[in-house]
Design a protein around this ligand. Structure first.
Ligand SMILES: [Fe+2]
Length: 377
């Protein structure tokens, strides 16, 4: 059944609710898929949305079992397959057509012995299924361990290029983390033997790197266990326990800066960045890189109360995993969600890791590309 309204049409798409589906004329016209409106090779829209007439409406419209055919009052003709309309039906809920969509799994210390682990060689299997699984675990948990990586200088850079591309920041493309006397002038506390509290890296960037990979070329010291905390989990706890504190942290900019001889990156953003649905999108936290706050005086006390609340949740034992990584291991985190840190360690024996960044968008791209290959096969 087809009903034409003033600015939209309704059709039956066998939705479980048995309610008809509504499609607005401007939306339909904008999403015409003909070769005049979409470039047939690049699949880019060539129709200019702003040029659609304000009074766009069908002169006639017909449905069959397989398609909706519209003759528009601007002279254009469009055809929409019923399957396509079903996949893009926005009447009842937000449709999802993203091949890389996943489901975030929040975790705390209970995951300690179940962190998703992969073997380096298996990630290189020809059918790419293990690589796909790893990318999906990284997407859903934000924390994975890859074992048995080759002990080669710059291996982590090659690994990043195998998965996607290296995300460069101003300091280095490949970062060495080790405590070598004489190198204490390195740009952060990671290059000492001190404890590193859980933090996300580079919160001073407006767009921090999304994926962080730590490759242990040597880990022979006492202590130095790696730690990780799910920032989305602690944010959710804060939301439940103190919704007003959560709200403050979504609205108040925190100023982060990394200032060194190599560069001076600085920006102010909320610790919790929400998406347009109000869901948490980016979590930032780095005690060591936070700089003096310049928010209005009347907000300062409430901000600090909220800031300390989330800081205490981050330190809560039930939220933290702690594990020893061995020589040849790679720890991978979603740096827009999961904090990493390490315990203090003794100066005796070697501890050398190299780290490189990627962006999460490029990992999601890899998921889509592998899935498309599998569908085509
Ligand atoms: Fe770090």
């Amino acid at each position: 059944m087809l009903t034409l309204n003033q600015t939209s049409l309704n059709i039956e798409l066998d939705h479980p609710s048995q309610r008809s589906s509504e499609f607005h004329y401007v939306w339909l016209r904008d999403n015409c898929g003909c070769t005049e409106c979409v470039h047939p090779d690049t699949l880019e829209r060539t129709l200019v949305t702003a040029e659609i007439a304000d009074d766009i409406a069908p002169q006639s419209a017909d449905i069959s079992d397989t398609e909706l055919v519209v003759a528009w009052n601007d002279g254009h003709h469009s055809r929409y397959a019923m399957d396509w309309l079903k996949r893009h039906d926005y009447s009842h809920s937000r449709f999802q057509t993203d091949l890389a969509a996943g489901e975030i799994k929040l975790w705390g210390s209970e995951i300690q012995n179940q962190i998703p682990e992969y073997d380096y060689r298996a990630l290189h299997d020809d059918d790419q299924q293990t690589l796909l699984n790893w990318c999906c675990d990284l997407r859903d948990y934000g924390l994975t361990i890859v074992r048995n990586a080759p002990l080669k200088e710059a291996e982590i850079e090659r690994f990043a290029e195998f998965v996607a591309v290296v995300r460069e920041v101003i300091y280095d493309r490949l970062h060495n983390v080790r405590a070598t006397p004489g190198e204490y002038n390195a740009y952060n506390v990671a290059s000492t033997t001190l404890e590193l509290k859980p933090h996300t890296d580079m919160p001073c960037y407006n767009n921090p790197p999304g994926v962080q990979m730590f490759h242990f070329l040597a880990n022979e010291t006492e202590g130095g266990e790696s730690t990780a905390v799910d920032g989305f989990k602690v944010a959710e706890q804060l939301k439940q326990q103190a919704p007003e504190a959560y709200e403050i942290l979504t609205k108040t900019p925190v100023f982060f800066q990394m200032d060194s001889a190599r560069g001076d990156i600085a920006s102010g953003n909320p610790l919790l960045t929400l998406d347009t649905d109000g869901k948490l999108k980016v979590f930032r936290f780095s005690n060591q890189l936070a700089r003096p706050s310049n928010i209005p005086a009347e907000q300062m006390e409430a901000f600090y109360a909220a800031y300390k609340k989330i800081g205490r949740l981050i330190e809560a034992p039930e939220n933290k995993v702690q594990f020893r990584l061995e020589t040849g291991d790679i720890m991978v985190t979603n740096n827009l969600r999961v904090m990493h840190g390490r315990n203090a360690y003794s100066g005796a024996g070697q501890r050398h890791l190299q780290l490189s960044y990627m962006d999460m968008d490029d990992v999601l791209s890899r998921i889509r590309m592998i899935k498309k290959t599998q569908v085509a096969a």
